[in-house]
Design a protein around this ligand. Structure first.
Ligand SMILES: C[S@@+](CC[C@H](N)C(=O)[O-])C[C@H]1O[C@@H](n2cnc3c(N)ncnc32)[C@H](O)[C@@H]1O
Length: 293
């Protein structure tokens, strides 16, 4: 079990972004807002009671939909193999794409940083936490935040990683991340930013959690020429210009990295084009917070 007193420099009140106090092993509190946040099943629930009800309802629906689409809960061995090994998936291209992206992200972190010693890292919309696990293996101190504590599709599944490369799992809203102002060297949205209903507000909140000179990464988010409807369950395809402008509005300087995808994805794109379907891709976006305001 994680000792929460070691995470008080990273965690923040989702309402005011100020420091939290550990009141008991099962309770954190914000002295500024006078709010209490419970710790249940070793997962801090860092959202107000009203927001938690919304997150729990979202997570129930998310689980129902995943099962209906044919996703299966992963075994511990499958979780530990992500994204290098391909577990069963209803979409054969899914994990190969995720693996390609992770290889690029890992390479960028090794060559350009931020390195683990630059400070803690947050994985917002972490799901089962496979990216947090890979970052923790690489030496980073990681907080994984997700709406869902589901044991198949949410943070409870992340217990598979704790004996190998531990990180802190926290229930929270990626639009109001439970992170302390200026605490992090790196914030990642891994296939999750397209769930934000307030894109600019979400990016501003993430930018506020970064140290000066910190880095925000958006990966595996579907991006199209213009914003488009997604699956109709809270997600959508972000527009390229929309995201660029939102990052600038959050005070971040963005660099777009086109990832060379393999022949299977390019064939998929060609077929979509012939059918007249809307095209989208998954570029990597890296956005820097200025060193001085
Ligand atoms: C497509 S999944 C990606 C999960 C994981 N990052 C991965 O790459 O496998 C999107 C995730 O975003 C989470 N999510 C969506 N809206 C959220 C919100 N408002 N706050 C926190 N998490 C959210 C979902 O619960 C889900 O785990």
């Amino acid at each position: 079990m994680q000792d929460l007193s070691c995470w008080l420099d990273v965690l923040g009140c989702p309402e005011c972004r100020g420091p939290l106090r550990l009141e008991a092993t099962d309770r954190l509190a914000c002295p500024t807002c006078g709010l209490d946040y419970p710790v249940v099943d070793q997962i801090p629930r860092l959202a107000t009671a009203e927001v938690r009800r919304r997150l729990d309802a979202f997570a129930d629906e998310y689980r129902r939909r995943r099962l209906a689409e044919g996703w299966q809960p992963l075994s511990e061995a499958d979780l530990l193999g992500l994204p290098e090994k391909e577990p069963p998936s209803p979409f054969p291209l899914y994990w190969p794409l995720r693996r390609e992206t992770w290889q690029i992200v890992r390479g960028r972190l090794i060559t350009a940083g931020p390195p683990p010693e630059a400070g803690p890292v947050a994985d917002l919309g972490a799901g089962v936490g496979w990216l947090s696990y890979r970052l923790a293996q690489a030496g980073y101190r990681v907080v994984a935040v997700d709406a869902s504590v589901d044991n198949a599709f949410g943070l409870a599944a992340a217990r598979a990683y704790q004996a190998v490369a531990p990180f802190l799992a926290v229930q929270g809203d990626l639009e109001r991340p439970p992170l302390r102002r200026g605490a992090l060297s790196l914030v990642l949205f891994n296939a999750s930013l397209h769930y934000a209903s307030d894109l600019v507000g979400t990016l501003r909140a993430a930018a506020a959690a970064l140290q000066p000179g910190g880095l925000l990464m958006v990966l595996d988010t579907p991006i199209a020429e213009r914003p488009r409807r997604g699956t109709g369950h809270g997600d959508r395809h972000l527009g390229r210009r929309e995201l660029d402008e939102a990052l600038a509005a959050a005070g971040l300087t963005a660099q777009w990295v086109e990832i060379y995808r393999g022949p299977r994805w390019r064939l998929h794109q060609a077929v979509a084009r012939l059918r007249g379907n809307d095209l989208f891709d998954f570029p990597l976006v890296m956005a820097d917070k200025p060193r001085s305001p």
